[in-house]
Design a protein around this ligand. Structure first.
Ligand SMILES: Nc1ncnc2c1ncn2[C@@H]1O[C@H](COP(=O)(O)OP(=O)(O)OP(=O)(O)O)[C@@H](O)[C@H]1O
Length: 815
């Protein structure tokens, strides 16, 4: 490794950088001009408007992309040895066409054989830039192109033709320094290998790792390591599980994989959208800038709580209740809950009908039960089977009505004095059809049908179930799920709502059923109004669908549909995906996947019928009771043994001194799991301080003051047990009045106070962990939460505990 401050080298690189920025400016101006042109187009046919929309979306996206790569546009250079072959890296890319239509922003432009390897030089950067005036000579190669791969993979032992790898450090548009590694040992001038085995670009890596944190995750595109690169570029198909201990870059890798997949399979994925699921909103904000900085925006980020359109499920609930909701058996509970809503009363149902001038017919339980069985036998989902049920009941009712009006009490007595039973009159099918049609418009009948077989939304089903002891019992649910109907949705409810939607068949057909019912009511009302207006004039409608009245509602529906269609046109695929429960994503990436319950997996698998998924997590960090303790347990129900595992083994976040403390906790969780190897030492030992319980608050204030100062420009995280949170926050504030906290704390604040649950996936320069014993007691999974807490720091860790630590913990954190 050598740090090149050779002025001639810097001048040369500055020259190339200037050329690149010249091209970037030209590309951006061209895209802006096209965007303005598209936006200025007005009117035209719907097809013109749609063309205009897609053009402005395309150019708008390009302008955003060119702006996003302004910083760190070019960060690397590869020089190949003369007369060497094989400098193209492996190629797993499929090489689909680039949606941008830019020759060379694509994998295939850097694919095997296209580049001469004779003493060739390649510049690596955030996008591909080509010299249009010089036969599209590559001036800058996108980091995702196969031709960039040696930048991440070449080592002194396997240089793959690379003579020198250069990291180019820049600030805005100026080159500020160069780090060279000479890999070809036959010509080695530098040290060749990094001091740490297997690490590439060591100087650049260490500088990234020791930089102060900002509260926002940064991309790692300049320093991706070989084991990470293999994950990032793994094939699109199938389920890839990425298991790795804390700080191994799982989140970073998952995000870069999204960018890689979008680049390599743009056509498929930009329309089908990549979904990234993270544990909570704070985490999503923490990672939200990584993909835009890689010029990728067509990705949907969400938590489990966001995955049921129209429901914001962010209420907290006790871990044991969430765990019950997450069990796979809840699918059967919900199926039973649906059946329970298909009622058969014990007593006959008396229906007073306008058709009989208020006279009643009695609907017997046996008749209702029969209708229910027939509707169930249709095999349709609950809401979709409702018309079948209606047909059965209306048919039964029509016979009852026919029986009643078919018997003329005065038939035998022209004078009307005889009360002997009348003769049965035979009604024709047309009369029965008319009776059925009228029955369908009767409020009393509709009310009874709604009661016997209600059309239900998923929200109604689940809220109704939780609100009633009787319904819970009938569905075989755990009685602890009882709660008020208005208490708000929690993330664990979302998979239940989704399951309910699947069981109920909430889709366009249901909307149609509701619309149809409304239409029938309107028809009935209109007929009533007509009757009043025109006296006894009979409305002789043979066909149940009166064309005239229908057309009005039809038009209304058509208008609404057209409106929705129009809105749809203006939305991006990601926006459309967010609003559509049935959207089939092109690829799903799940971070902190160990936390997902069985029911959550069911939902995600529905969203990803292609099973093209990247599942990222660490089973040793599972905090939720409903979460997974092994990947097989979580995935086998959906993909059997057909998932592949990649492991990340190097910890980039936590320095060795801190990791040795955390390793003791890990050994207590599972002695067979090896902690990830830290890539560096911080040179600072973690501290552990026991204080008399009465002194804890003051000791915390002092510690915050000291550690905030030590964090300098960086960030300090204060991790408190939930039970002490309220009491201790004022004492943190004494030292740091602006400390951020709450449901979605501002992670860019200098001091952030969090529970362990909130801290999942996050990191800070310095961390204070308060009362580890209580954290273990509070955690549903024992020491897992403490393991998470101890591995959040990039530089300094302090542990503050009241009284003396119990022996069990002393052994691990008793430094
Ligand atoms: N190749 C790399 N170059 C530079 N920084 C890296 C690299 N890999 C990881 N990092 C940094 O290491 C830190 C930890 O990464 P990340 O949060 O992705 O780890 P993780 O495995 O998801 O951790 P955890 O499971 O504890 O949440 C981040 O700051 C990330 O930017």
């Amino acid at each position: 490794m050598s740090n090149s401050s050779d002025t001639a080298d810097i001048v040369e690189e500055q020259g190339h950088l200037d050329t690149l920025y010249g091209h970037l400016d030209a590309l951006r101006e061209e895209a802006s001009a096209q965007l303005s042109k598209a936006l200025l187009q007005t009117g035209g046919t719907p097809a013109d408007r749609s063309h205009r929309d897609s053009e402005s979306a395309l150019y708008g996206e390009r302008v955003a992309q060119y702006s996003a790569v302004e910083n760190g546009l070019c960060f690397g250079r590869l020089d190949f040895a003369e007369g060497r072959d094989g400098a193209n890296g492996e190629d797993e890319a499929s090489g689909e066409d680039d949606a941008n239509g830019e020759r060379g922003a694509k994998g295939e432009n850097g694919a095997k054989g296209e580049y001469k390897t004779q003493g060739e030089t390649r510049y690596i950067g955030r996008i591909g830039i080509f010299d249009e005036e010089n036969d599209y000579e590559p001036l800058l190669i996108d980091w995702r192109a196969p031709a960039s791969r040696p930048f991440y993979l070449a080592t002194a032992a396997a240089p793959d033709g690379v003579r020198r790898r250069r990291h180019i450090r820049t600030e805005r548009r100026t080159v500020t320094g160069l780090d060279d590694e000479v890999l070809d040992l036959t010509e080695a001038h530098g040290t060749g290998r990094g001091a740490h085995d297997g690490v590439t670009g060591e100087a650049a890596l260490l500088s990234a790792l020791t930089a102060s944190r900002t509260g926002r995750m940064r991309d790692i595109v300049e320093t991706i390591q070989a084991e990470q690169d293999h994950v990032i570029r793994a094939d699109l198909g199938g389920v890839l599980v990425v298991q790795g201990g804390p700080g191994t870059g799982k989140t970073a890798v998952a995000l870069h994989r999204a960018a890689y997949l979008l680049y390599t399979h743009r056509q498929v994925l930009s329309s089908r959208v990549v979904l990234i699921v993270g544990p909570n909103a704070t985490f999503l904000r923490y990672i939200s800038q990584v993909l835009p900085s890689l010029a990728e925006t067509g990705v949907l980020l969400g938590t489990m709580g966001d995955l049921f359109p129209g429901v914001a499920a962010h209420r907290e609930e006790p871990a044991d209740i969430a765990a019950i909701k997450g069990q796979a058996g809840m699918a059967d509970v919900l199926a039973a809950a649906v059946r329970d809503r298909q009622r058969v009363p014990e007593e006959p149902l008396a229906l007073h009908l306008d058709l009989l001038d208020g006279g009643a017919v009695m609907l017997e339980p046996e008749v209702i039960k029969d209708a229910r069985e027939r509707a169930r036998r249709s095999g349709r989902l609950h809401n979709l089977a409702r018309p079948d049920f209606d047909t059965e009941i209306i048919h039964a009712l029509s016979l009852l009505v026919a029986d009643t009006i078919g018997i003329d009490p005065y038939a035998d007595d022209p004078l009307g004095g005889d009360d002997a039973p009348g003769e049965r009159q035979l009604l024709e099918e047309a009369d029965l059809a008319e009776i059925r049609r009228e029955l369908r418009g009767e409020a009393e009948v509709l009310g009874a049908l709604d009661w016997l077989w209600p059309i239900l939304t998923p929200q109604q089903l689940v809220a109704g179930l939780f609100a009633s002891d009787a319904r819970l019992a009938a569905a075989g649910a755990d009685p602890r799920l009882k709660r008020s109907a208005r208490s708000g949705w929690t993330p664990a409810d979302v998979p239940l709502l989704d399951e309910a939607a699947e069981l109920l068949g909430e889709d366009e057909t249901v909307l149609e059923i509701i619309a149809e019912r409304r239409r029938r009511q309107q028809v009935a009302y209109a007929e009533g109004a007509l009757e009043i207006a025109f006296g006894s004039r009979s409305i002789d409608v043979e066909d149940e669908d009166d064309p005239e009245l229908l057309s009005v509602t039809d038009l209304l529906e058509a208008d609404r549909l057209a409106e929705r269609h129009d809105e749809g046109e203006a939305l991006t695929p990601a926006e459309r995906a967010a609003a559509d429960r049935k959207w089939a994503f092109g690829h799903v990436i799940v971070d902190e996947a160990q936390e997902l319950s069985a029911m959550a997996w069911r939902l995600l698998m529905r969203r990803c019928p292609s099973r093209s998924m990247t599942v990222v997590g660490d089973v040793a960090q599972t905090g939720d009771l409903a979460g997974a303790s092994s990947w097989g347990q979580a995935l086998t129900p959906y993909v059997g043994e057909r998932w592949r595992l990649r492991e990340l083994t190097v910890n980039y976040r936590t320095p060795a001194e801190i990791m040795s403390v955390a390793a003791g906790v890990l050994a207590g969780i599972d002695p067979d799991i090896r902690p990830p190897r830290s890539v560096r030492e911080a040179g600072v030992e973690p501290w552990v301080r026991g204080v008399a319980p009465a002194r804890l608050a003051d000791a915390l204030t002092e510690a915050v003051e000291r550690e905030a100062e030590a964090a300098g420009e960086g960030r300090l995280g204060v991790l408190l047990p939930s039970g002490l949170f309220e009491d201790l926050v004022p004492h943190v504030r004494k030292a740091a009045p602006d400390a951020a906290l709450g449901e979605q704390p501002d992670l860019t604040a200098r001091v952030v106070v969090l529970t362990v649950k909130q801290a999942k996936g996050l990191e800070f320069d310095g961390v204070i962990v308060v009362d580890p014993e209580r954290m273990v007691e509070e955690s549903p999974r024992g020491a897992n939460d403490l393991y998470v807490a101890l591995t959040r720091a990039t530089q300094r860790l302090g542990i503050l505990h009241p009284g003396t630590l119990p022996d069990s913990l002393h052994a691990v954190v008793g430094i």
